[in-house]
Design a protein around this ligand. Structure first.
Ligand SMILES: Cc1cc2nc3c(=O)[nH]c(=O)nc-3n(C[C@H](O)[C@H](O)[C@H](O)COP(=O)(O)OP(=O)(O)OC[C@H]3O[C@@H](n4cnc5c(N)ncnc54)[C@H](O)[C@@H]3O)c2cc1C
Length: 440
């Protein structure tokens, strides 16, 4: 019988546990290539004048790849990393090797969906096995077609929150070996130096550590009361970066939460952790359902929205140099750590859109560059929500920045910690010679 050759195409699922693709491949093929495409477009400036990926975000990714490569090595496999875009990489591989099976987790982003469609079209004889390792549910479990996703989160939540969630997959102990592979720009992973110390460390090891640390405490019992804090490691789960990278799965968190509730009792706070995971789930299917609309100025609405851009204001917003100390503190925290609380994100987004009058997509693109938990659906979906062009039945969220400061930073500790009071007297330059032509 002919040798069967498979390809696992990794993306935002950089883990070896709860990974159905590995299980299937282990059972179905004799040789296996494990591939990650280090897409060139995320390293170059975007149309929103952002630079692709910040150093902190990039370092977090490199740590994740490092960890995955190590886990694969312990299974006598290798992680190959391509410097080409995914469509080119897979075409090169399929032309060089008799690959008959491709394993991939479904990704919600428009570009990812397009690439998959293109490759599947170009190679109709290859079996594509699509799993759903990024989400709690499989599409067949949903009581509606993904293309008919409820227009509001509340409806979605009511329809799905009692559906049984599959347990995480058991650990894979053995994988088929890799074939000989010698292609330019598709090479076995090599450790790249990380440029300094960061608050979050990428990879499965660190993800599992944070998961067990968080659920080993009493913190889940009070989550709902403190989750809106602007700062403080213990005030929310801090799992989003690893979830976005896929070094942790949503099912693994839910399984831990279930054990916690069984052993310590359930309350409103423990339920609320699940509630927030459902928001993430909603935005995943939202991205899948609405595709390109996620990036349109009018979003899902037919509204004629403002698409104004003021380079100087945008630069000041992104650097934390606006007349709003709370916004400055949040932005400085983001730039320094790659992370910002959910409350902070709502505040700075509202400021960009409603106080500074800038097209919301510039803010979303800046977050994409900086956030180590960047996730296409959660990011662009939340921005749309605040801009009033997405899933918010109330039509946008304009926050009163003074009130937010009084409520969430009454003693201004957070603002002082991040020097939010340091800003230029004037928001807009009055002298034409001071006008920047670039946002950076
Ligand atoms: C403008 C804006 C942009 C955002 N961009 C992203 C993004 O790119 N990636 C991202 O993961 N989250 C994003 N969020 C959602 C939220 O801010 C983060 O998920 C959360 O702050 C992460 O911290 P945590 O893990 O401690 O969350 P917790 O409060 O502990 O929540 C647990 C998990 O639930 C999910 N979750 C919580 N809140 C939300 C939410 N509003 N929407 C979707 N999922 C949620 C996350 O996966 C999170 O890890 C954004 C929110 C706003 C307002």
């Amino acid at each position: 019988m002919a040798m069967k050759l498979g390809l696992i195409w990794f993306g935002n699922d950089l883990r070896s546990t709860d990974q159905k693709m590995l299980w299937r491949a282990a059972q179905e093929v004799d040789q296996l290539v494990c591939l990650y495409c280090d897409e060139p477009h995320v390293k170059h400036p975007s149309r929103y004048a952002t630079q692709g990926m910040s150093t902190i975000r990039r370092d977090f990714l490199l740590e994740g790849l490092d960890d995955l490569a190590m886990h694969l090595e312990s299974l006598e496999q290798s992680l190959f990393v391509s410097q080409h875009d995914a469509a080119t990489s897979i075409t090169l591989l399929l032309n060089a090797l008799p690959i008959s099976h491709i394993y991939r987790n479904h990704h919600g982003g428009w570009d990812e969906q397009q690439t998959l469609r293109q490759v599947a079209n170009d190679f109709p004889d290859v079996h594509f096995h699509i799993d759903h390792g990024l989400t709690l549910f499989e599409p067949w479990q949903l009581p509606f077609q993904v293309t008919a996703l409820p227009a509001s989160f509340s409806t979605f939540r009511r329809l799905v929150e009692n559906i049984d969630i599959a347990s995480p997959m058991p650990i894979v102990r053995e994988l088929p070996p890799a074939p000989n592979l010698n292609l330019p720009l598709i090479r076995p992973w090599q450790v790249e130096p990380i440029q300094g110390f960061h608050t979050f460390v990428g990879g499965e090891e660190a993800a599992q550590q944070q998961l067990s640390d968080y659920f080993a405490t009493d913190l889940p019992r009070n989550y709902k009361e403190v989750r809106n804090a602007l700062d403080g490691w213990e005030n929310s789960t801090k799992l989003s970066p690893w979830l976005a990278q896929g070094s942790l799965s949503a099912k693994q968190i839910k399984a831990c939460l279930d054990v916690y509730e069984r052993d310590n009792g359930a309350n409103e706070s423990t339920y609320w952790i699940y509630f927030e995971l459902l928001w993430r789930e909603y935005f995943h299917w939202y991205a899948t359902c609405y595709g390109k609309k996620l990036f349109l100025p009018g979003g899902l609405s037919n509204k004629q929205t403002q698409t104004s851009f003021y380079a100087e204001r945008f630069r000041k917003w992104s650097q934390g140099n606006t007349p709003y100390p709370i916004v400055n503190a949040c932005m400085k925290q983001l730039n320094k750590t790659g992370f910002m609380s959910n409350r902070g994100r709502q505040i700075v987004a509202s400021c960009l859109i409603y106080e500074l009058g800038i097209d919301w997509r510039y803010g979303a693109a800046y977050f994409e560059e900086q956030l180590i938990d960047y996730d296409v659906g959660s990011n662009w979906g939340n921005w749309q929500y605040i801009a009033g062009v997405g899933a918010d039945p109330r039509g946008g969220r304009h926050f009163n920045l003074d009130k937010q400061t009084e409520q969430y930073d009454p003693n201004q500790h957070f603002i002082k910690k991040w020097q939010g009071h340091e800003f230029d007297e004037q928001l807009d330059s009055v002298d034409a010679a001071d006008w920047p032509i670039s946002p950076h």
